[in-house]
Write a protein that binds this ligand. Structure first.
Ligand code: DAH
Length: 344
């Protein structure tokens, strides 16, 4: 039996010498030292020996298995570190490499101005009209007819409005006012909405004019709405947007879809009212048109003007942004020059 033990120990050591990985070690451990391993098989037969032999062979068996355990552990540790190092080497990340530069995106100043204006009106109880009520491609019906614009009005001229080739009466909208008609055809009063969007005009481009720009339309229709409500809401908007110290004025005007009509001017930010190139020497800049919704417009969409009245307004987003940030050329908004855009 002693002989047997020595042989197994020798075999185990030979196997161990050939081992090349942790899994080889585990295999050897299983083969020799597990419950069904070769040493255990021997130990099971110890009971057949004399007490004396039991002691001698038993202690030899223990001694040998302890030795084998020790050398297995040694090898195991060696492979463990080797394999770990190989793995680390393979998965190595060089944290000193410079990162990839991702330029930071910014909200376009026209978008942030629109958002700001819309949220002011939301705080005053207005909600945003659904997109389908404010399309950029319109029929003359929404852009002009239903807004009481006469057939021979100069705004309808191709010199002012872009006509499409889709159909003779389909235009790129020249104002967001068509949204008023869409909303009133869908909704009954009380109505209190704003509709932001892009509009197109056949203009020669210069520092003050572009052939597309942005407007925010507003409409409030209910019983007993007066010009006082219009002034109250718009003055409150101006106070929040520009701050209390900016002088403003309401001026008489005319629009086919409002009666009476007005325009609102704010003092020129460039010259503080002294008169300059930006304000053509007047000291004032117009920011919006407004008025009481013309009874004809209400009747057209089936709202009884004897019961309901309303006010409407339309403001230029570029104008409002230019006046707040002292920008003197509208083209800056559309050139996508990062030196300009990054200032906001
Ligand atoms: N649509 C007009 C324009 O583009 C602005 C305007 C004026 C809108 C009076 C209105 C309004 O709603 O009541 O010049």
């Amino acid at each position: 039996m002693k002989q047997q033990l020595e042989t197994i120990f020798k075999n185990a050591n030979e196997d161990l010498a050939k081992a090349a990985s942790i899994s080889d070690i585990e295999e050897i451990r299983g083969k020799y030292l597990s419950r069904k391993g070769e040493f255990n098989e021997i130990k099971k037969n110890l009971k057949n020996l004399s007490d004396e032999d039991k002691r001698i062979v038993g202690s030899l068996a223990n001694e040998i298995t302890q030795k084998l355990e020790a050398s297995l552990k040694l090898k195991y540790d060696e492979f463990y570190h080797k394999e770990l190092n190989e793995k680390l080497q393979k998965e190595r990340i060089d944290i000193t490499l410079p990162g990839k530069f991702t330029p930071e995106g910014k909200v376009h100043p026209l978008t942030s101005t629109t958002n700001e204006i819309v949220s002011i009106f939301q705080s005053l109880g207005f909600s945003v009209a659904p997109d389908r009520n404010s399309p950029e491609v319109e029929t003359e019906y929404f852009n002009f007819d239903m807004l009481n614009v006469p057939k021979d009005h100069p705004a309808r001229d191709v010199q002012d409005t872009f006509y499409t080739t889709i159909a003779p009466n389909v235009v790129l909208r020249s104002q967001t006012s068509g949204a008023q008609i869409h909303v009133m055809e869908e909704q009954k009063p009380p109505i209190r909405i704003v509709a932001p969007g892009r509009v197109y005009r056949n203009e020669n481009i210069n520092a003050r004019k572009n052939n597309f720009f942005h407007q925010i339309e507003g409409l409030y229709v209910d019983k007993d709405i007066t010009f006082g409500d219009l002034k109250g809401v718009l003055n409150e908007f101006i106070r929040i947007y520009f701050g209390a110290s900016r002088p403003t004025r309401f001026r008489n005007s005319f629009f086919p879809f409002t009666e009476p009509s007005a325009e609102v001017d704010v003092q020129c930010i460039m010259c503080e009212g002294k008169g300059c190139r930006t304000c053509s020497g007047t000291g004032w800049l117009e920011i919006l048109g407004c008025g009481m919704v013309d009874p004809n417009v209400l009747r057209g969409v089936g709202i009884d003007p004897e019961i309901y009245t309303g006010f409407a307004f339309g403001m230029g987003v570029e104008r409002l942004a230019m006046l707040k940030y002292a920008i003197d050329d509208i083209r800056l908004f559309f050139n996508n020059d990062e030196r300009f855009l990054n200032q906001f």
